[in-house]
Design a protein around this ligand. Structure first.
Ligand code: FE
Ligand code: FE
Ligand code: ZN
Length: 277
């Protein structure tokens, strides 16, 4: 069965999100750990987290994907910003211990003119400070589109970060199809080639989750604007090949398309109808 869900709002709590996910045909979901623009996390409601855990288990949910705030920049030139990244990251990881074991995805960061090499080093160093042997969560680096000074704009940069990480068993990759396409990898005409390149440079077993988004822009545009499934440059056929590809088909897929709940429900139904059981 296709493991699929979408990004949901955390405002009404975990149990609510899980019920919402199920109501739109999902069997997993993604959520922000706190306001995506930064700030303090609300204290975790343990009862709510427990109710969600029971519900997710009873309904055979795939692993949940928590998303770090966008403002988290482990390789900022500003020490205070790096300090926030370190603090938010460790707080989020601690809170996620109260949820079923899952994933925590983050944007590696923007080096803001310091150069990718410095960026990679700072990100790797932060990961070495926050990762704990006993944590249940696997941390995922997101593949980025390469806008501005984003680190993780190509597979080699992700590999370079992972090379620095000591606790390699706690680290994986979230493969964002819009970002990878905007980053210049042709998922439409050469999906096999892109995945085999990923295998050479990072290793396919690092991919733990897929952000399934179409792209409003062209191959290699380095833009990062998501389109609805089948409404962008990757197209519906391209999406069908992605969800059915033998390397990806058993991974959980998370939609981050421009939609309200009803639109997500339709996309999930569409993708399920295209999935070869
Ligand atoms: Fe993201
Ligand atoms: Fe994404
Ligand atoms: Zn994006």
């Amino acid at each position: 069965m296709l493991k699929i869900g979408c990004h949901l709002s955390t405002v009404k709590g975990y149990f609510h999100m899980a019920k919402e996910a199920k109501s739109i045909g999902g069997n997993t979901f993604q959520f922000f750990t706190r306001n995506p623009r930064g700030g303090k996390a609300k204290p975790l409601n343990i009862k709510d987290a427990e109710a969600m855990t029971v519900f997710a288990e009873a309904n055979g949910f795939a692993k949940l994907l928590a998303h770090a705030p966008y403002t988290l920049n482990a390789c900022s030139a500003d020490a205070r910003v790096r300090g926030f990244a370190l603090q938010a990251f460790s707080e989020d990881l601690a809170a996620l211990e109260y949820l079923p074991s899952g994933y925590y995805v983050f944007h590696p960061g923007s080096h803001v003119g310091q150069g990718a090499e410095t960026g990679i080093k700072l990100i790797g160093e932060m990961l070495n400070k926050v990762l704990k042997k006993e944590q249940k969560t696997t941390v995922l680096l997101e593949t980025m589109s390469g806008k501005g000074s984003e680190v993780g704009r190509n597979f080699a940069e992700l590999r370079a970060i992972i090379d620095i990480v000591e606790m390699k068993e706690k680290i994986g990759v979230c493969f964002d199809t819009c970002h990878v396409f905007d980053g210049g990898y042709d998922l439409v005409n050469d999906l096999d080639g892109v995945l085999s390149l990923f295998d050479d440079e990072v290793g396919l077993d690092r991919i733990r989750a897929v952000h399934l988004n179409d792209s409003l822009n062209t191959l290699g545009s380095n833009k990062d604007r998501h389109a609805g499934i089948g409404k962008g440059s990757i197209g519906l056929e391209g999406m069908g090949r992605i969800i059915n590809h033998e390397v990806l088909r058993n991974l959980p897929f998370y939609l981050e398309t421009p939609n309200e709940l009803e639109g997500y429900k339709e996309e999930i139904a569409l993708l399920r109808s295209m999935y070869r059981e």
